[in-house]
Structure formats: structure tokens, C-alpha cells
Design a protein around this ligand. Sequence first.
Ligand code: SAH
Length: 260
Amino acid sequence: MYSLTAECAADEAGVRAAELWEAGCRGIEEQELPGGRVSLRAFFEQKPDLPGDWRQEPDTDWEAAVRAAWPAREIGETLYLAPDWDPSPTPPGRTRVTVHPGMAPGTGEHPATELCMVALERHLRPADSVLDLGCGSGILGATAAALGARSVAGCDIDAAAVAVAREHVHFPLFAGSLRCLRAESMDLIAANLNAATLRSLEGEIARVARRCLILSGFRDAEAAAISIPGFRVTDRLSLKQWACLVLLRDGLSEPGKASR
Ligand code: SAH
């Protein structure tokens, strides 16, 4: 195994990573550096003809290393998040959510993902149809399904992530975003996106969602700037300075009935 370490500006990291995958790398470690830069360390079985800082790496059982990095764990009051290879029994009283921690975002390690899972545990109603918006691995849709949602769908603008996730989840996924959906076609939308993306989608989110929104992917300090027309904030969660807002459509109360 060989590794190549290279530094670039954070907004170039996606393009550099795509080049490394194309050159045949087996995995990439990304580390944030000060000044908006990142360091990429890419691992190759054969050394391709690429310039840079090459090192010979000790032989490692990568599969075992990856498995050790994703132990099953309890989330919220009732959930048990386990990778699909994990044999441990679900603790009594908990609901198992199975994920495949592959290359797509959504392993459950990020505080924003965990917050969305806890918000789903608290606010999902069994009659809800749920959209996992920006599904990555499909972890939020898998949580909604495990919690008994009436129906679940997921979408992501990253077609490659959708193709991988489709092999591992049991609900429909499509490559694309809200524009593909009819008005008020989803009772609940769960979206772990960043603040700028959420702001750019606020009109579309308001159009497609009927009852409830679970929004995360932004810091506590950014939460005040998140609003969706026609919805009001009814719950706030926070973990390691990441925020999650739960919003209900104006005129609806928690159980999904008109309050007027
Ligand atoms: N839902 C997972 C992954 C979140 S990462 C989790 O909670 O852990 C955010 C994902 O949103 C990425 O996969 C990205 O490709 C996707 N995304 C970004 N903008 C989007 C948009 N406008 N519509 C749909 N998906 C989007």
C-alpha cells in the first residue's frame, strides 16, 4: 500500500479527490488545515504515475480497521445505530437503524446527523410520509423507516452517492432534489444540509412539505438565520455547537391537527 499526501484549497478538494479516485485510489483521508486549506492523503495499492509526496505504508487489514472505526452505538432514547456488518444484538427497548458506512456522507458520526435522528425519534408520526433530502448513505430515511414511518423516500444531487446507497437501503431513492416532487407531497422533510443550501431551498421546502421539517447541518450561531415561509420553530436541539431545528406548518399543532 502506498500513500500520496497533497495540500489544496478547501474548495478544490472535491475536484482533487475526484482525480485521485480516477487514478485508482482505494480511500482518501481529508484533514482541515488553517487558512481554508485541506490536506488529502490518498491510498493506492499500485503506485500510479502521479507527482507528489509518496510513502510506503505498512500492510494493514483495512477492512478490520474500517469496522473498528464504526462501532454500533445508542442514539437518543430509543435508537441503536449499527453498521450492516455488526452482529451485536439490539439492546432491549431500542430500535435498530442499520447503515452501510461507505463512501457516501451519512455515517452517523457527525453531530448534525445524530441531531436529526433524535429529532425524528421525537417528532415523527406513524402516518407521516418522509423525505430524506440530501440522503447521502440514506441514514435519515433508514431512521424514519425503522421508527415506523408510513412511507420513506430519499434524494441527493450526488448521483454517485445515490447509486451506492440504493444497494443498501430498502426505500426508493432518486438523484435530484425537491423540484422533482409535487406540492405538499411529503408530510415530513428531514434535511442535513448547510445553512446556505437550506436558504437557497427554503421556497421549495415550503412547497413540498405538508406538516413538519427537521433541519440541521448548521452551527448554533447560524440557527437564527434559518427560516422557512409558512413554518414556525417548535423544537431546537444542540450537540457540540451544531444545531437542529424542528418546524411545524403554521396552523398545525404537534399531533398534526389544525389548532384553529
Ligand atoms: N443525510 C446524511 C448526509 C448529509 S450530507 C446525514 O444526515 O448524515 C449532505 C448531502 O446533501 C450530500 O450528500 C449532498 O450531496 C446533498 N445535497 C447538497 N445539496 C443538495 C440539494 N440541493 N438537494 C439534494 N441534496 C443535496
